[in-house]
Design a protein around this ligand. Structure first.
Ligand code: FAD
Length: 402
């Protein structure tokens, strides 16, 4: 693996870093003290600036208005944008739209691409992904109650979902529902595009998460599908192939998430080191940075971040060389490892700030609250650990080790 970042990518990252520092980080106090919806007009202005700089939608296809960066290049971009919670949204590469764009591009019909994919890449609309159910384990999604039953030319959808992130204000949802209950478990569900203004698409609430119900893009919806009727042409890909497509959505998505988390690590680490260097703890001017225990945290966090970063870049490189299937183990490893590193780095950064670390005068508590979920979504830690261990142990079955 070549560790050299290409000149063109370095240039792009330099521009993005500068934009994040000058245009987005200064918006954070307002972001923390107002609702996301109230911030939308100013975010629209920033998005227009990004488009003028030709940095819009870095990972999305050129033919639809993106920059068409490959997985490896976008990994660096995602790290740079991850330093602020506003980064990915302002550059048009935010989850869950990014994953939906990938699957619409791969599986959408021409009509679906024009109607949903193009305006999504252009940032004119938003979308959401509706798979997890309130009453059934998301970790074993074949247990699914939501059904889509054929009636004439339509599907009629019934079910209760939650954590349909960013459904508030979205134009459409990609919904996982059982269409083929008689088929083998992993071939029972399909993905169906449901415009959010369809009668029977009922947004019950934005779920309060760690004290915040959120608004608009920064909300997680609970959705009740009640006889929600959409034309059969809204099926995405083949009927019964919902889980196959879902797997496709998660591979590169995990690289983007992990690099975003590394951006969070970098920001938290910078804040921690800066605070430790400035905070005077004794009358003779000794700072927190002179304490050995703080020095040990800083060294340990630096090592953890570097390990997590190299593992993630290696997984991205492997996906590029060998494909998602061959890189499955690496993807599982980074999913739980990087999330754990991030949680520890954010926690240490918070601790170093003392009482200030608990206030919304700085960004760290936002990361602390909202990024805890990283160990749950896209496969909980335990699920990834078990799957990696099983694969490792398979290689030892019947093998004598001396
Ligand atoms: C902030 C956030 C955003 C999300 N966004 C979306 C979204 O946009 N769309 C969507 O469809 N879903 C979304 N989700 C849902 C997410 O995918 C699920 O929460 C996740 O799959 C876990 O499912 P569950 O919550 O039902 O927990 P369960 O499946 O009930 O698992 C609970 C816990 O059990 C443990 N566990 C699970 N399986 C095993 C095992 N095999 N062995 C040992 N322990 C195990 C884990 O610790 C796990 O956390 C989001 C969740 C969060 C928190």
């Amino acid at each position: 693996m070549d560790f050299e970042i290409p000149e063109k990518t370095r240039l792009i990252i330099g521009m993005i870093d500068e934009f994040v520092d000058k245009e987005l980080i200064p918006l954070e106090p307002e972001f923390l003290n107002t609702s996301f919806r109230d911030l939308l007009p100013v975010l629209e202005e920033k998005r227009a600036m990004v488009k003028r700089m030709e940095l819009w939608a870095p990972n999305h296809p050129r033919e639809y208005g993106g920059m068409g960066l490959g997985l490896m290049d976008h990994a660096f971009v995602s790290e740079s944008l991850g330093r602020t919670p506003l980064g990915h949204y302002v550059f048009g590469c935010q989850a869950p739209d990014a994953g939906n764009i990938e699957i619409l591009y791969l599986y959408g019909t021409d009509e679906q691409k024009e109607k949903y994919l193009r305006p999504l890449v252009e940032g004119k609309i938003r979308s959401c992904f509706s798979m997890t159910e309130v009453e059934l384990p998301g970790s074993n999604p074949v247990m699914m109650d939501t059904t889509a039953v054929k009636d004439g030319n339509d599907y009629v959808i019934n079910g209760q979902k939650w954590y349909t992130s960013s459904s508030d204000g979205a134009e459409f949802a990609i919904v996982m529902a059982k269409t083929n209950p008689e088929a083998p478990p992993y071939l029972q569900a399909s993905m169906i595009i449901v415009p959010c203004n369809t009668p029977g698409f009922n947004q019950v609430r934005n779920i309060p998460v760690m004290g915040e119900p959120g608004t608009d893009y920064f909300g997680h919806g609970e959705i009740l599908y009640q006889s929600c009727r959409v034309p059969q042409k809204n099926l995405l890909g083949s009927e019964g192939h919902g889980f196959v497509i879902a797997q496709e959505r998660l591979g590169p998505g995990r690289i983007h998430h992990c690099m975003r988390w590394l951006g969070i690590c970098k920001r938290s680490f910078d804040l921690m080191c800066s605070r430790a260097s400035e905070r005077i703890m004794t009358p003779d001017g000794k700072t927190l940075a002179t304490k050995q225990i703080i020095q040990a945290w800083i060294a340990e966090c630096a090592a953890d971040i570097q390990a997590a970063r190299l593992m993630t870049l290696n997984a991205a490189w492997k996906i590029g060389k060998l494909g998602v299937k061959e890189a499955r183990e690496d993807i599982s490893l980074i999913k739980f490892f990087v999330a754990g590193v991030m949680q520890n780095v954010v926690d240490k950064a918070l601790q170093v700030h003392g009482g200030l670390g608990m206030t919304d005068d700085i960004i760290i508590p936002f990361f602390y609250r909202h990024e805890r979920a990283s160990r749950i979504y896209d496969g909980a830690d335990e699920v990834h650990k078990m799957s990696v261990a099983r694969r490792i142990l398979k290689g030892y079955a019947g093998r004598e080790v001396k």
